[in-house]
Design a protein around this ligand. Sequence first.
Ligand code: C5P
Length: 226
Amino acid sequence: MGKITIAVDGYSSTGKSTIAKRLATALGYIYVDTGAMYRAVTLYALDNGYIGTKDDIAGLVKELPKIKLKFVPNKETGRSEMYLNGENVEQEIRTMKVSRQVSKVAAIGEVRTKLVEMQQQMGKDKGIVMDGRDIGTVVFPDAELKLFMTASAEIRATRRYKELLEKGENVTFAEVLKNVQERDRIDSTRSISPLKKAKDAIEFDNSDMGLEEQFERIHEFAKRVI
Ligand code: C5P
């Protein structure tokens, strides 16, 4: 078989992006973090007053054609970073300010239509590892390998909390845990493309598994399909 499409879905902070990036590097595939795209639209909505204390969803939807997203590789690290209308927003989209609002923005049908179209375009030639919530169910229902990552909410919040502290954010563990649970709730219950395991996805609980072991196992799955 030639190049395949690999979909990595799952709950918030299950380490999807770490494993997906590593897998893409090992296979020489493109890696796409679709969460970054929803986060960038949310940042735009926050900066322009469409979301926050008062929400103006119709206003945001009208502005969608003005929102230009692009992944650009960092010259030093080689890692791709998110640009919103020409500005590097890679750091800002990972803050709690954005995490608090992103699931609301991701539930808007017009936002999803725009981003799903871009994602399908990026993966049209296969050779891609894409992570998100609806990749195996909606974006690439025919993906040759689908993974569904899970871990307990406490473990996920602990990982996220450490990351945010390292970046210097002033947050409490309780706030991070609440955000992880709240995003999972909204993402799994929204009417359009809710987060759910695709029937043919392999479920992967990594609560008690180190990164190395996870990678080895997932790399094995991929090699069997390719
Ligand atoms: O993956 P990450 O946690 O950065 O995603 C942020 C949010 O973007 C998710 O909580 C979800 O609301 C939304 N999302 C989505 N569909 C995707 C990827 C992310 O709805 N494919």
